[in-house]
Ligand binder design. Structure first.
Ligand SMILES: [Zn+2]
Length: 316
């Protein structure tokens, strides 16, 4: 059994607490995967139309019998890994009929409600991402022929052209630009009233994390930043993002957005951040603990601007 690392900032984010042993080294071992599939201890996370199927009493891990009764194709269920009880799979099902003792849960709402433990929520994110990937990759991107899942469901194969397709993870940078006891936050039009959060944006092909952080802050605020320090990451399964949380050292302070993505962007005093997170600030609020932005801001409120990496000495 793989040894798990100690708690880190990432593990405390919503969807970040996945403790399944993925047993990735056994995925190509078809007899092993078959034995997992036949295990009496096997359970399954069921996803219907991108929503989680939850049983009475907030049950998320269903028996194989329940999964198959709801329409899961057991031989195609994706092997997520093993917990203390046994193997855990993910499968797509049609939405259960009205009146059935199951509810369909939106994962974002579920994460905020705190009804599912963080480690299970992490496995749910893994399930949601993979089930969504299978649903959208039934045909080969190379030749257009139908594809079929590999033994563990962690790849899809095209028999027509021999291409193998793997699930992808799409990186997003989310960052807090800091200048000593000031930090830069913005609000999007869709945010709840009075709410401010860290700036964020998709990484682009051929870009480093540091370059993406600096580019997004420049675009959204017109602020120049220099050194960048990684803090934590968060899986965000809508459908397959990984939020990469960083601090960035501001070297210019004037705000002059280059795009119109944000409704407002401004500097905040560090002393205001704790009350914004705790929802006791008279004017503003900051994101809840499900969001990685919360953890960046919490660390900054507690400890101040983080140590930045030394400038690289690039060998000639
Ligand atoms: Zn193909």
């Amino acid at each position: 059994m793989m040894q798990f690392p100690p708690m880190d900032y990432s593990a405390a984010t919503g969807f970040g607490g996945n403790t399944l042993d993925r047993m990735s080294e056994r995925r190509e071992d078809a007899p092993f995967i078959a034995s997992m599939r036949e295990s009496a201890a096997a359970r399954v996370i069921l996803i219907a139309d991108d929503l989680l199927v939850m049983g009475t009493g907030a049950v998320v891990l269903h028996s194989r019998a329940v999964g198959e009764a709801l329409g899961a194709l057991w031989h195609e269920a994706t092997f997520l890994g093993v917990d203390k009880v046994g193997p855990v799979f993910a499968a797509a099902v049609p939405a259960p009929a009205e009146g059935a003792p199951y509810t369909l849960e939106n994962l974002r709402a579920l994460a905020i409600q705190d009804v599912v433990p963080l480690d299970v929520l992490g496995a749910v994110a893994q399930a949601r991402s993979l089930v969504g990937w299978h649903a959208r990759h039934g045909f080969c991107a190379n030749c257009g022929a139908p594809t079929h899942p590999g033994p563990a469901g962690m790849r899809r194969d095209c028999e027509a052209c021999g291409a193998t397709h793997f699930p992808r993870t799409d990186p997003v940078v989310i960052m807090l630009a800091v200048d000593g006891d000031r930090c830069l936050l913005g609000r999007q039009r869709r945010f709840v009233e009075r709410s401010y959060s860290c700036l964020a944006g998709f990484m682009e092909p051929g870009e480093t994390i540091e370059a993406a952080v600096r580019r997004e802050i420049w675009e959204e605020a017109g602020v120049v930043t220099r050194r960048v320090a990684y803090h934590a990451s968060q899986p965000w399964p809508f459908p397959s993002s990984l939020m990469i949380g960083c601090f960035a050292e501001a070297v210019s302070l004037d705000i002059e957005p280059r795009d119109a993505e944000l409704e407002d962007v401004r500097w905040f005093d560090r002393a205001d951040i704790g009350p914004m997170l705790d929802r006791t600030h008279p004017q503003f609020i900051a994101p809840p603990a499900v969001a990685i932005a919360h953890h960046l801001l919490r660390a900054y409120a507690r400890y101040g601007a983080p140590a930045m990496p030394a400038d690289a000495e690039i060998p000639a």
